[in-house]
Design a protein around this ligand. Structure first.
Ligand SMILES: [Zn+2]
Length: 584
């Protein structure tokens, strides 16, 4: 992730400290990443769009003492269109030793990697439908994250008793920080095998199913296999882990293996967290649908950074806290990404709210599932106070991950909080049945998901809007235009003419906003249709009146902005005082 943004910026925004074992700062000077490698996503180059990624066979040897990664990747592609080049992404600071195509080593002149975009000229052109495999041997010191997961790379940490504790997190910069890939959301290989060789005393929990562990003497090789992972979800985790294991009997009839890999000495916290797994699974399976990777596992590994949605092996570094809401928000948020991010993946990062808006709405929804309306509204209210409303959530243009999640370049945290509050508003507008059906169709591409009848898929904002229209039989363009494509929230104005109160919705782009409005008068709740964006009600002077008494509609609220401005001023004043204090 990125310092200013990110899926996990949630934690920072909530003022939560990162893991008790904070990541260590990079001890060594490291080469800068090129702009090419820093960026993830954007517009996919035509050469990459020609390739379908069938299989990635990734061999990694990790030497903790030297902070060194040695890699050999065999990648197989099928040509969607004729091509004579393989265009891949790999950090140029991991020098390539050799490249072979279909088993034959290429001349050094046949490939180049000047800035992290690796161009391999094929010995002979590939026809449409033809397949090709390339083996790339490379290695070096992978980029070290200074503050994972907000910036990406490797975290070389150690346990209290000095043993290596290593993790990777690369959402912001992408898979090319440590393996040759197509650094685009749609660059998912159909199948990935990872072979991770680590010192014998350490474990290397990975993505998907453990195929086997090979004993090499001083080292062991952990072989994992996963179907269609997100490109940034492939992860390396190494440490002296203990393991908690169990099985979950799904309401869909299948049995889901559960695994938690934790550091020795953290048993009590780990057991309590592991105890939360079944209920979280039950919530998502009941509200959304089948756990998408039930034939692999629900997996979690303790990390020296806060967390990341690594498919079937979620990174967890929240330190096992007690929570006022009765559940671990970090695990619940990362776990939500198995549905929103890993099962349904944004086709372009411009649609990142599909990951983070839904992913963030799942915490209040889970609070409601566990304990009723109080945690639900408390969490939504917290989110409401963090909105920026400076940049629309969706631009309609291809974007890099950073271009969306960095609040200086794009909507930033609004994709989390405003996305979540927008979904709350949509749920109130169309009702629970239509809302959850629309979510199901988005996630699984069908209304009747069962284990085995769906695969990971890609989606766009437009596709979700179309689904909602289909499910409701209505045209809700007016709704999404305002919440996704306007920066500003809708504003409710009112004016009095005698006993008549007139209400009017005002939007950023000036179009009508027919959002129904509830107004409570005394103990009666009136619903104004607001069909053309206006409505009126007889409200005698001095009547008790509450607008939107059930907090259904996300809208401009001057008191929220006033509070945010005050909070900011307080912080500035505090900083100034601290500075002044030092001078004395
Ligand atoms: Zn997230």
């Amino acid at each position: 992730m990125h310092p200013r943004l990110s899926l996990l910026a949630l934690g920072v925004a909530l003022g939560l400290a990162a893991s008790a074992h904070a990541a260590e700062p990079a001890a060594v000077e490291q080469p800068k990443l090129t702009a090419q490698t820093l960026a993830s996503g954007g517009t996919m180059p035509a050469e990459q769009a020609r390739l379908h990624f069938d299989h990635a066979d990734l061999h990694f040897t990790i030497d903790p003492a030297r902070r060194h990664l040695d890699g050999e990747a065999t990648l197989r592609f099928t040509a969607r269109e004729p091509t004579d080049v393989l265009l891949l992404d790999l950090d140029k600071n991991l020098p390539i030793r050799s490249i072979a195509v279909d088993g034959k080593t290429l001349a050094r002149s046949a490939w180049s990697n000047p800035d992290g975009r690796l161009r391999i000229h094929l010995p002979k052109p590939l026809a449409k439908g033809g397949s090709v495999s390339t083996t790339i041997a490379y290695g070096g010191q992978p980029h070290v994250a200074k503050r994972a997961p907000w910036d990406g790379g490797f975290v070389w940490s150690h346990t209290d008793d000095g043993q290596p504790w290593i993790a990777s997190a690369v959402e912001g910069e992408g898979c090319d920080l440590f393996w040759p890939c197509i650094d685009q959301p749609t660059g998912e290989p159909d199948l990935v095998d990872t072979w991770v060789t680590v010192p014998e005393a350490l474990a290397a929990p990975g993505n998907g199913v453990l195929v086997g562990i090979k004993d090499n003497g001083a080292t062991r090789t952990w072989h994992w296999r996963i179907k269609q992972p997100d490109t940034y979800a492939i992860t390396l985790n190494v440490g002296p882990f203990e393991e908690l294991k169990g099985n979950y009997k799904s309401r869909y009839g299948n049995t889901i293996p559960m695994e938690l890999w934790y550091l020795r000495g953290h048993e009590a916290g780990a057991k309590a967290l592991f105890g939360e797994f079944p209920r979280m699974l039950d919530f998502f399976e009941q509200e959304i649908g089948p756990y998408p990777f039930g034939d692999e596992k629900m997996g979690v590994v303790e990390t020296p950074h806060l967390g990341m949605e690594h498919q079937t092996i979620n990174a967890y570094g929240n330190g096992y806290p007690k929570s006022e809401y009765g559940f671990d928000w970090l695990l619940q948020h990362e776990f939500a990404h198995e549905w929103f991010g890993n099962q349904v993946t944004n086709r372009n990062w411009d649609d990142m709210w599909l990951h983070e808006g839904f992913g963030t709405y799942m915490q209040p929804l889970y609070g409601q599932y566990l304990h009723g309306d109080m945690p639900y509204f408390a969490m939504l209210h917290d989110e409401r106070m963090k909105l920026t409303n400076a940049v629309p959530i969706v631009s309609g243009q291809p974007k890099t991950e950073e271009g969306v999640s960095d609040g200086k370049l794009g909507p930033g945290l609004d994709i989390y909080y405003k996305g979540s509050l927008m979904l709350h508003t949509l749920r109130g507008l169309i009702g629970d049945d239509a809302f959850f059906e629309s979510v199901r169709r988005l996630v699984y591409g069908r209304p009747d998901p069962r284990p085995g009848n769906f695969k990971p898929r890609y989606a766009t904002t437009q596709e979700y809007m179309d689904i909602v229209d289909q499910v409701t039989g209505k045209d809700l363009k007016w709704f999404f235009d305002v919440y996704l494509y306007d920066a500003k929230l809708p504003r409710l104005e009112s004016s009095r003419h005698g006993d008549t109160l007139q209400f009017r919705w005002v939007t950023g782009h000036g179009e009508p906003f027919p959002m129904p409005l509830e107004v409570q008068l005394g103990d009666t709740v009136h619903t104004l249709a607001m069909a053309d964006g206006t409505g009126e009600l007889q409200v005698p002077e001095g009547s008790l009146m509450i607008v939107d008494p059930r907090s259904k509609v996300l809208r401009e609220m001057p008191h929220a902005e006033a509070f945010q401005a005050w909070e900011k001023a307080q912080k500035t004043e505090k900083k100034a005082k601290e500075k002044g204090g030092k001078k004395d």
